[in-house]
Design a protein. Structure first.
Length: 302
């Protein structure tokens, strides 16, 4: 009887693990391998970011495949350096799935809301006022400072919307040494609440899918082998009806965006290779000009 119970527990754990992430398709695996072999980003969109508090500021938002695959990603300088994964506990507390691993005290830089809380609330989904770190696999992407914060003149900033990445759009995350693919959404930004401008952070739900149940607000993934892929264009946004924002679990939410995620990664060539030359279209140039003139750059935390 005891053996049967142990077998049942092991089976449930295995099934949960399998449901938490999927195999990486060949085209994405080829891109991942190619990026690991590169020494640096050829076309950085913004540089000077930190992956750890005591590490170098050699991390960039990379646009090497902005033109050919319409993707942005984070990478460091040196072979094998992509990004790590700290755990972000921002947003709803005490909601679905809350097991205390991301309680307010577990995260030193906890914020009561995520950057796009107003957009989530505007979907007007019953019971959903913001993202839930236990349920929604969101990525922290982009760096910003508060208005009139003159103490942070050296703080490096980056707004992904400058390159047509939309808030709450689907992102793809390759983790666990390139063996897992998890779909999430761009749901938060790196604020100026620390001493340095950091990159490499995601919700507890996403971190758990990549690293297991030991993930918590104070414990993430140290290995810099995580690839965060953001996709440009409105077609990457699931919107109110394209995702189950009121899901009760990570698995339920991720299944709701799986189809869109599968569609988006088809942008990547089969061999994961392309010219590497960024050719900015006239449409993108005009949009960027309008954004600059209109004051769209800069602060976008709500």
């Amino acid at each position: 009887m005891l053996l049967s119970i142990r077998f049942l527990i092991l089976t449930i754990s295995l099934l949960t693990s399998l449901a938490s992430a999927r195999d990486v398709p060949p085209n994405l695996q080829n891109l991942y391998t190619k990026l690991l072999k590169q020494k640096s980003c050829k076309h950085p969109l913004a540089s000077g970011f930190y992956s750890t508090e005591d590490g170098p500021n050699t991390y960039s938002y990379c646009g090497d495949h902005l033109s050919d695959f319409q993707i942005l990603y984070i990478r460091g300088r040196g072979r094998g350096r992509l990004a790590n994964m700290d755990v972000d506990c921002d947003g709803v507390q005490g909601g679905a799935g809350d097991d205390g691993r991301c309680s307010i005290g577990a995260s030193p830089d906890y914020q009561g809301t995520t950057a796009f809380q107003d957009m989530v609330a505007a979907y007007n989904v019953s019971g959903v006022r913001d993202l839930n770190t236990y349920v929604h696999p969101y990525v922290v992407f982009g760096n910003e400072v508060e208005e009139n914060d003159n103490d942070l003149k050296e703080w490096n900033v980056f707004d992904p919307r400058t390159y047509l990445v939309e808030p709450l759009s689907v992102m793809a995350v390759v983790c666990d040494g390139g063996s897992k693919l998890v779909y999430g959404v761009w749901g938060d930004t790196n604020g100026d609440d620390g001493e340095k401008s950091m990159v490499g952070e995601a919700s507890l739900a996403l971190a758990t899918a990549c690293g297991g149940r030991e993930m918590r607000g104070s414990n993430g993934i140290d290995e810099e082998d995580v690839l965060y892929l953001a996709f440009t264009g409105l077609e990457a946004v699931p919107g109110k009806k394209g995702a189950k924002w009121d899901a009760g679990s990570f698995e339920e939410f991720e299944r709701s965006i799986e189809g869109l995620g599968d569609q988006l990664i088809q942008r990547i060539a089969a061999d994961g290779k392309a010219s590497g030359t960024v050719k900015i279209s006239w449409g993108l140039m005009i949009w960027m000009f309008v954004a600059l003139v209109g004051g769209h750059l800069g602060v976008y935390r709500t």
